[in-house]
Write a protein that binds this ligand. Structure first.
Ligand code: ATP
Length: 343
């Protein structure tokens, strides 16, 4: 039976890259039933809510969600982001955020030393807790006595399940990253759960790094990393860094999944890219590779490999957009991937 895919292109660059991902999925022969929903800034301004209850009911039923990016200067960014992307992550309990970084072509590396350019790592980011849950407040707002708090939420269940997932996807090593020397309460819980979960996986190599040391090591020698597991904030920041190590925001994919329910939302790491949106300059590769992650999640690793292989081949041939050294438009870059599909 064909899988039901809810499509949410949203705003700016998202509207340009999601159609390219669908084009590639169709060309690959994916047995998907796509349904696009009107979730975007225009709909928010019209309806007064980021997602209407009717649309939410449909999204909650879909096998997977293919997502672009949200953001528009006409709406309050925090409320809009919380009402769409964070709501989907939190309410569908998509607690695993996978952000792979793979160097498909040597010329995309910013590193001078050739021996350090082999990058094929995966960030496993906790996606439903941490500093992003929106707890806290501002007291005496606007006065010189103002106090602002932002709560960092870490639960036994949340920390344990993300650590366990990291071991499930590791090939040779899991590196846990925190700031437990300064953030002792949250860090204490991460450290305790880390030791307990690692003890259950004695065959996998493990290492702990403080986030500052990890940032340094990622730039110094990214080839040393396999799987990184970390909290919501550090995962967000470090995965932008790892994206730059392999060619930039235009090619970074991500998956938001709940391995227990099977639910998933797949999106490029980049945002709406207002500086280049609407001009045919946006790179569709991040969205196409996110679609490949969706195919893999839905149980077709062969098709996922075929899409990834076609992307790699197009990038190597420089049949790609300007940000990664080509001269093609968004749509032409999507066509170049389709042309190379061997499946
Ligand atoms: P958001 O706040 O929505 O996460 P952001 O401020 O992080 O967005 P992005 O939209 O991620 O910004 O863009 C950051 C930079 O990367 C911009 O200069 C943008 O032009 C570039 N960029 C982002 N996405 C792409 C893409 N698909 N192709 C090419 N360049 C991109």
């Amino acid at each position: 039976m064909s899988k039901k895919i809810a499509v949410l292109p949203c705003d700016g660059a998202g509207k340009e890259v999601v159609p390219e991902a669908i084009k590639v999925l169709r060309a690959a022969g994916a047995d998907f039933d796509f349904e696009e929903f009107d979730v975007n800034a225009d709909a928010y301004l019209r309806d007064g809510v980021p997602i209407t209850p009717e649309v939410w009911a449909e999204l909650a039923k879909a096998d997977s969600i293919l997502f672009g990016a949200v953001g528009d200067e006409r709406v309050n960014h925090t409320n809009y982001l919380a009402g769409v992307l964070l709501r989907l992550r939190f309410e569908l309990d998509l607690y695993v955020n996978l952000r792979p970084a793979k160097l498909y072509d040597d010329r995309l590396s910013p590193l001078r030393r050739e021996d350090r350019r082999h990058v094929d790592l995966l960030t496993v980011r906790e996606n439903t807790e941490g500093l992003y849950v929106g707890m806290g407040g501002r007291f005496k707002k606007g006065t010189q006595d103002e106090i602002a708090t932002q709560e960092d939420i870490n639960t036994h269940l949340g920390v344990t399940r993300i650590l366990e997932h990291a071991f499930q996807v590791a090939r040779r090593e899991v590196v846990m990253i925190d700031k437990s020397n300064a953030m002792t309460y949250a860090g204490g819980l991460w450290q305790e759960r880390w030791k307990a979960v690692a003890a259950q996986h004695p065959k996998t190599k493990t290492r702990h790094l403080l986030v500052d040391a990890a940032a340094m090591q990622l730039v110094k020698d990214p080839s040393q990393f396999d799987v990184i597991v970390t909290g919501n904030l550090f995962g967000d920041i470090l995965s932008d860094l790892t994206a730059e190590l392999v060619g930039g925001m235009g090619i970074a994919p991500s998956a938001n999944i709940n391995p227990k329910t099977g639910r998933g939302l797949f999106e490029p790491v980049h945002g709406t890219a207002p500086d280049i949106a609407g001009k045919g300059l946006v790179n569709p590769v991040g969205a196409i590779l996110s679609a490949s992650m969706m195919v893999r999640h839905l149980g077709d690793p062969q098709m996922a490999d075929a899409i990834e292989g076609a992307v790699e081949s197009a990038i190597r041939a420089r049949e790609c957009t300007r940000d990664i050294g080509g001269s093609l438009s968004t749509s032409q870059a999507g066509d170049a991937v389709v042309k190379r599909l061997k499946y």
